[in-house]
Write a protein that binds this ligand. Structure first.
Ligand SMILES: Cc1ncc(C[n+]2csc(CCOP(=O)(O)OP(=O)(O)O)c2C)c(N)n1
Ligand code: SF4
Ligand SMILES: [Mg+2]
Length: 306
């Protein structure tokens, strides 16, 4: 028994963004930043002309991780912190099918923090989109690795979060991701551009989306971001996108706004480079051992019959 061949990754006739949305009404709180993300993602799937049954949207557990339920695509709502390994499996099984991970900051960098570096360093062809609200929202506001110092949380001290936040942009560049960007969920134009670039990128792409949680995070709000959001590419501050050292320098400024109310909150593309994708190496190994592209499942099951 061979795996069925994928007939269409792309549709011949373009679909509309609404065609990539399911008929399930989102249960997010009114005003949640993630509404903007699901709209932009559906629009980007339409722009990429994905066949809804060929693109796989994988999530973990969290408010943000409900996103695949609101999409009309192949979807996997997996386990907290395990979306990335599930996506790796989906990608390696069907490398021609686009795989998009949509998860929260806690899912990606707390419990899932040991997973994200591996597809990044291998430059696996997939996109990881993190809805960064700076908190564990689904479990009612515990601080996450991306929470700012001092942020109140249900398990934080009376002085708030004691920790320094991790810098996801620096981290993803260090891990080896070949497309790394930050955007803001209330700026549909910028978010749409960045998501489209990430999906079109050959290799591992990472998009950090500042996506406020108005229910729990009363500091990183739309009102806070609106006057501070600053596009580093448009401002001409960061244009040499394949320069890794320059990207790290720029990324190091990410949290300056935590220390000064006047400092901007940067969005933009930090790093973009072309490198061989992992599956090309897998194919070389398959060719070396004379492996067939299809899997003979009956033969494999027969080998393990008692
Ligand atoms: C193995 C496991 N550990 C812990 C939990 C509890 N849990 C569910 S969601 C979550 C955090 C969600 O935070 P984040 O990923 O940032 O998503 P958000 O809800 O903020 O969108 C936690 C700790 C779980 N479901 N499974
Ligand atoms: S708790 Fe926060 S992140 Fe969760 S749905 Fe409500 S606003 Fe969105
Ligand atoms: Mg979160």
């Amino acid at each position: 028994m061979a795996l069925p061949a994928v007939i269409n990754v792309h549709v011949e006739e373009p679909l509309k963004a609404k065609d990539y949305r399911s008929d399930i009404t989102p249960t997010w709180c009114p005003g949640c930043g993630d509404f903007g993300v699901v709209s932009s993602l559906a629009k980007a799937y339409a722009d990429q002309k994905y066949d809804p049954s060929a693109v796989t949207t994988v999530s973990g557990i969290g408010c943000s991780s409900r996103l695949p339920l609101w999409m009309n695509s192949f979807g996997i709502h997996s386990c907290h912190g395990r979306a990335v390994p599930v996506a790796i499996g989906a990608h390696l099984a069907r490398p021609e099918m686009p795989v998009v991970v949509t998860i929260g900051d806690g899912d990606c960098f707390a419990i899932g923090g040991g997973h994200i570096m591996h597809p990044a360093r291998r430059n696996m062809n997939m996109t990881v989109i993190v809805m960064d609200n700076g908190t564990f929202a689904l479990t009612k506001n515990q601080t996450s690795p991306l929470s700012r110092t001092g942020l109140p949380g249900t398990l934080a001290s009376d002085l708030g979060n004691l920790d320094e936040p991790m810098n996801p942009i620096e981290m993803m560049i260090t891990y080896g991701a070949t497309y790394v960007a930050q955007t803001y969920s209330a700026n549909a134009k910028h978010m749409g551009k960045v998501i489209n670039e990430a999906l079109a990128h050959q290799g591992f792409s990472y998009v950090n989306i500042l996506s406020p949680c108005p229910t729990y995070n009363k500091v990183d709000t739309f009102a806070y971001f609106r006057p501070r959001i600053h596009d580093i590419n448009e401002a001409g501050e960061h244009t040499d996108l394949s320069n890794r050292a320059a990207a790290m320098m720029k990324a190091s400024e990410l949290y300056q706004h935590h220390h000064s109310e006047d400092a901007p909150v940067p969005v933009g593309v930090y790093y973009q480079a072309q490198k061989p994708v992992y599956y090309e190496k897998v194919k070389q190994v398959q060719e070396f051992y004379g492996m067939k592209e299809t899997i003979d499942w009956d033969n494999i099951f027969d080998r393990y019959k008692p």
